[in-house]
Design a protein around this ligand. Structure first.
Ligand SMILES: O=P(O)(O)OC[C@H]1O[C@](O)(CO)[C@@H](O)[C@@H]1O
Length: 549
């Protein structure tokens, strides 16, 4: 297969990137009164403005040519049609089947996946209603008031991010808590105020082997049994979401209470499955379905919209342009809606675990920068923390600004203050302020020449810093479903553009294996000879301090 760098579109983009380095977005805006119309897309509930990127018609044309050159649409169809595009694990990639609201059948290995999904959704719905309506009783006959989700990575971040984002829509039939960290501090804090008679644990683990999750699940069991004193209580207080029915059953969970997962759902794309149970328990099943419907709408858009009007495709192309061609190696996720305070943590896993790789799907070392590191924080808090870096550092960090027209919790005057900052920041990052303007401004403020000369260089903002704006009508199950699905498909497209296997995560295995061995050493008198001297001495030091304590 032709290497990406040999494609004519890739070569053209390399040349264009060199040319664009001397161009300021201010000039691009001045030269084209239609720039916003040209480089923005209005979907139901979401406006995507990408005009504040260092792009012009020629760049977009070549990026779209690249999509053709890499056969993007064909790959997309393969994903939706259950082909095994997870090449290293020989699996289909079907998180879209989980929200296939058209209910059209999808065949995989002679089975209709849609039927399996509908069956799993019915199982979820029955359980959710039982718990929320108080029919599901704990060992002492009391109704469940608190749900504790035990899981990590994709079995935590997606559901927790959504629970936080949609808090406003919860009727508080139950309280939902999350435990992900194996640091005992978290589970201790979560369990302290809870009554074991009224708590239901969801052990959420696709593999049911993840050490952190199993350790927390065992601690939760001990906590329950201390009060219940009878192992049969486990069946009433623990359910599992897992593809590993054997391990979940051995743990003591009744087979009826094991919710299905499949190998064709990646952990970081799994919130639409029973991994989303805490969401459904918190909001009610109807609202969980609305979340799926929002994602389904974007699945349809992704499959049907022409590439040049296709939001996830454009998001991926812009990321590629910024990182691979312009060399901006990190990207900030900057939500201005308090409800989205976990979005950047969620997207860190989604994007970096998917595409943080340096070998192509053909096994060749990739020579060009692939995806940026993802980081971020609520934008308004970031303004008073790290935005200095965004505005004036010599590392350029493109940002995704995400905000809502309507607040879900309006308080007089607050939303306009918030959103004025939202609009001002992308403007400032783009336009900047040059030395001439700075000097004129200082002069107008009555500063003398000496002060002007001293301060001017520090007050210059070069601008020309790329941002995307995603403006939602309001955070709701539907719009959140849309937003998440946009990013999911962006990640898929990035993988195809870069020839990366987006659906495996071999890079997390090495550390896991080493940790298992080191844990044995921490619990024994031995320290392996095979460690490097730093690691060996760190372990020895830890053990010696511990012995003295
Ligand atoms: O659901 P599981 O199998 O416990 O895995 C949790 C997380 O661990 C990882 O496998 C990384 O180790 C993630 O991909 C996954 O989301």
């Amino acid at each position: 297969m032709t290497s990406r760098t040999e494609l004519s579109s890739w070569k053209s983009l390399t040349i264009l990137a060199k040319n664009m380095q001397s161009i300021h977005m201010n000039d691009l805006f001045s030269a084209d009164a239609d720039r916003f119309d040209k480089f923005s897309i209005k979907l139901p509930n979401i406006l995507f403005d990408y005009s504040k990127n260092i792009i012009d018609d020629a760049v977009i044309e070549q990026l779209l040519n690249l999509c053709k050159d890499v056969d993007l649409e064909n790959w997309r169809d393969k994903m939706f049609n259950a082909e095994r595009i997870n090449l290293t694990e020989n699996r289909a990639v079907l998180h879209t089947a989980l929200r296939n609201r058209s209910k059209k059948s999808i065949e995989l290995d002679g089975e209709n996946v849609t039927e399996q999904v509908e069956c799993a959704l019915a199982h979820m719905e029955e359980f959710v209603n039982q718990v929320r309506q108080g029919q599901w009783k704990g060992y002492s006959g009391k109704r469940i008031t608190d749900i504790v989700n035990i899981g990590v990575g994709g079995s935590n971040l997606g559901p927790q991010m959504v629970t936080e984002a949609l808090k406003h829509y919860s009727d508080q039939s139950v309280n939902v808590h999350y435990v992900s960290n194996v640091d005992g501090a978290q589970i201790t804090e979560v369990l302290a105020p809870l009554n074991p008679e009224k708590v239901l644990f969801i052990v959420s683990s696709k593999t049911f082997t993840t050490t952190e999750t199993m350790t927390n699940a065992n601690t939760a069991t001990q906590w329950l049994l201390k009060s219940a004193n009878d192992k049969s209580a486990i069946a009433k207080h623990f359910v599992a979401v897992s593809a590993n029915v054997k391990n979940a059953t051995e743990f003591g969970i009744h087979p009826d209470n094991i919710f299905s997962m499949w190998d064709w759902v990646g952990g970081r794309f799994s919130l639409w499955s029973a991994i989303g149970l805490p969401i459904a328990l918190d909001l009610g099943f109807d609202k969980f379905i609305e979340l799926l419907e929002g994602a389904f709408d974007i699945d349809e858009h992704f499959q049907q919209a022409p590439l040049k009007e296709n939001v996830p495709v454009l998001m991926a192309l812009l990321s590629l342009w910024n990182c691979t061609f312009l060399g901006f190696k990190s990207q900030a996720i900057l939500p201005y809606d308090q409800t989205l305070h976990m979005l950047s943590a969620y997207l860190q896993q989604a994007e970096m675990e998917s595409n943080g790789k340096s070998v192509s799907w053909e096994g060749d070392k990739i020579s060009y920068p692939t995806v940026p590191s993802i980081w971020g924080e609520l934008g308004i808090n970031g303004q008073h923390a790290f935005y200095q870096y965004l505005h004036q550092s010599n590392n350029i960090v493109p940002g995704d600004f995400i905000g809502s027209v309507e607040s879900v919790t309006p308080v007089a005057g607050h939303h306009e203050t918030l959103m004025s900052n939202f609009f001002a920041q992308t403007q400032a990052l783009m336009t900047g302020v040059n030395e001439e303007q700075v000097r004129a401004d200082l002069k107008a403020k009555g500063r003398n020449q000496e002060v002007i000369d001293k301060l001017a260089p520090h007050k210059v903002h070069e601008g020309n810093r790329p941002t995307n704006t995603l403006l939602l009508s309001q955070i709701s199950p539907k719009t959140l479903g849309q937003l998440i699905a946009m990013y999911e498909h962006k990640i898929f497209v990035q993988g195809i553009l870069l020839q990366i296997c987006s659906f495996d995560q071999w890079g997390v295995e090495l550390g896991k294996g080493l940790a298992a061995n080191i844990e044995t050493e921490l619990l024994s008198n031995n320290v392996s000879q095979s460690h490097d001297s730093s690691t060996a001495n760190l372990i020895k030091f830890y053990k010696s301090v511990k012995q003295q304590a």
